[in-house]
Write a protein that binds this ligand. Sequence first.
Ligand code: FAD
Length: 330
Amino acid sequence: MNPFSYTRAVDPQQATSVIGSNASAKILAGGTNLIDLMKMGVERPTQLVDINRLPLTQIEELPNGGGVRIGGLARNSDVAEHPLIVQRYPVLSQALLAGASPQLRNLATTGGNLLQRTRCYYFYDPAFPQCNKRQPGSGCGALNGFNRIHAILGQSEQCIATNPSDMNVALAALDAVVQVQGAKGARSIPIGDFHRLPGDTPNIDTNLQADELITAVDLPAIPFATRSHYLKIRDRASYAFALVSVAAVLDLQNGKINGARIALGGVAHKPWRAQKAEAALQGQTADEKTFRAAAEAELAAAKGYKHNSFKIELAKRAIVRALSTAAAMA
Ligand SMILES: Cc1cc2nc3c(=O)[nH]c(=O)nc-3n(C[C@H](O)[C@H](O)[C@H](O)COP(=O)(O)OP(=O)(O)OC[C@H]3O[C@@H](n4cnc5c(N)ncnc54)[C@H](O)[C@@H]3O)c2cc1C
């Protein structure tokens, strides 16, 4: 491991000032991703800024029925089990509980989960010389290599890695807003603008600036989010990342679809909001035929590679199953 200095932040301003003044400083939250990457030699920060003692662990209602605010340091376990989340946003609770293991969830934080890095084998292991995300300009080992877990939507010739998070998929379906604080002040980033597609700069995962700290995530009030479901398809029943996942939220009125919010995981460089499927569902009868047509519309632009073409049909079937489960809820 490379040598690094350690700073325990006493307030958010100190944390943002350190990361703003040292380009190779990194925030340390739960450490469940960052420390792994440091051990592998993928991340080489010269300074760690420990934010664990900052007062950012709240999970509370926003005023005037405005939804729920989740602190940037709220642990994944605490969010998953919190009554406000379980009752109002079950899809988020289910997504969190589908991730990692209880021990990891006890440490992992909301901010860290948002920023966890891809599980692409070529990124994770510096013994592979080609990875545009780890080493810009070096090529993409996965394009013609072993690409079973890789992207089928929104990818580029530079990178076909996927975002590995379960939480992020539910946040995308719920139109969450990420609250951040930087040297120039605070700003809000809609979840759809937070993560990036790879394009020509796959080394940049998000639109968070170098001096910005994630302070909270806001969930808007969505009364129909009680009718929602998270479906995760993976190689093992637990402790495995998603091959494909679906967060589905349905607004049903007398069997007709008044609105739908769908996001996919495991298929793209960012949590993939399935807007074509949502449009295809609008005003239709909630049945399997409608759901399949919506899934076909969303995956029409999908492109598979040598080992991951199976994900295209898998994603379609997962969309149908997640929507069917949500529709069948009392
Ligand atoms: C064996 C294993 C299995 C896993 N399985 C799953 C799974 O199935 N599904 C899933 O979704 N995840 C899974 N994970 C990933 C896990 O969810 C993440 O490691 C975790 O969410 C990261 O949170 P953290 O607080 O530990 O982040 P850290 O490791 O502390 O930080 C991650 C990154 O975020 C930055 N950061 C952290 N907090 C902030 C902040 N507030 N503001 C700005 N930057 C910040 C750090 O600088 C770092 O770059 C797994 C992890 C492991 C090790």
